[in-house]
Design a binder for this molecule. Structure first.
Ligand SMILES: [Zn+2]
Length: 305
């Protein structure tokens, strides 16, 4: 397992570094273009001062957790908290391993905690079928009063932004770093997962979630899924995420099958990582369109396998 260290930005006394895991292997077959199925690289952010640190979204497989934990250990700080941005399992199934290794608290919003339980229910239907090597994932996350906690007396503010790629997305705002850790509200050179937009009547809520992030006026945004070679520029990543939603909405109107949509999006975004995510979006949205009376959640889950 290789890992990537990148980008360090520091204020007076806080800094952050980003660790991007490799794209996970998938036990399924192939995408329509012949690529083997995979997933999307998950970015974990370590925010740290002179002695203490906070980690976000620690990934989902045991192997990833080991590599991430070794990277965290090399920073030689006391890890106090692990913050989870939202309930999708790829962001937190490994949280327990890291929490145990560093004796850290796991923090999330009440909404995310409910979604974490939902993700555990979906494990046998999706996660364990597609991605072997996920450790036990009891939900141990707790909320913090007023959605605020601190790192060496600097405020870390949890902002609930509503529905983006799933219900109850949140982001972590670090005002002293001009930083937002945006989870799956903003993406950076990676395909967005749009499947769950059918549960909320389209992409309007996601656009509002982006507006909520933009209102924080950060300079830096760490996206939950990203091409590790790209920077953390907030204006660019916000603009590109809005554009992706516009493009997808347009092509969902003009393309008549999941394969056509998949190919058309790849033509527009040839360098984006996470084509398995694009295919899950296509399979989910066109699957629901083709069978409007079937169980929507079941169709969305099956599109990942
Ligand atoms: Zn995700």
């Amino acid at each position: 397992m290789s890992s990537t260290e990148q980008r360090t930005t520091s204020s007076e006394s806080l800094s952050y570094d980003v660790f991007v895991n490799e794209e996970p292997s998938h036990s399924g077959q192939f995408l329509p273009n012949g690529d083997p199925k995979g997933g999307s690289p998950v970015a974990s952010t370590l925010i740290y001062g002179g002695t203490h640190a906070v980690l976000t979204d620690p990934g989902f497989r045991a192997g990833q957790a080991g590599a991430l934990g070794d990277w965290v250990a090399r920073k030689d700080r006391t890890l106090t908290d692990i913050f989870i941005t939202h309930g999708h399992g790829d962001h937190w199934f490994a949280a327990g391993l890291l929490a145990e290794r560093f004796d850290a608290r796991v923090v999330a919003t009440e909404g995310s905690i409910a979604q974490m339980h939902a993700a555990n229910s979906a494990r046998p239907l999706l996660w364990d079928k597609a991605y072997p090597g996920i450790p036990p994932s009891p939900v141990t996350a707790v909320t913090v009063p007023n959605n605020r906690f601190t790192l060496e007396e600097h405020d870390l503010v949890i902002v609930e932004v509503g529905h983006a790629d799933t219900y109850d997305n949140s982001v972590l705002h670090v005002p002293d770093l001009d930083l937002v850790v945006a989870g799956d509200v903003i993406y950076n050179g990676a395909h967005l997962y749009l499947g769950e937009s059918v549960l909320v009547g389209g992409l309007g809520p996601w656009r509002e979630a982006i507006d909520n992030v933009a209102a924080l006026a950060p300079r830096h945004i760490v996206c939950g899924h990203q091409n590790k070679d790209l920077d953390d520029d907030a204006a660019r990543t916000i603009a590109e995420t809005r554009q992706y939603l516009d493009d997808a909405e347009q092509l969902l109107r003009t393309e008549h099958s999941a394969v056509d949509f998949f190919n058309a999006m790849i033509e527009r975004y040839p360098k984006h990582v996470g084509r398995t995510v694009l295919w899950a979006t296509a399979g989910g949205l066109y699957g629901v369109r083709g069978k409007p009376d079937d169980d929507v959640a079941g169709i969305l889950l099956a599109a990942w396998i």
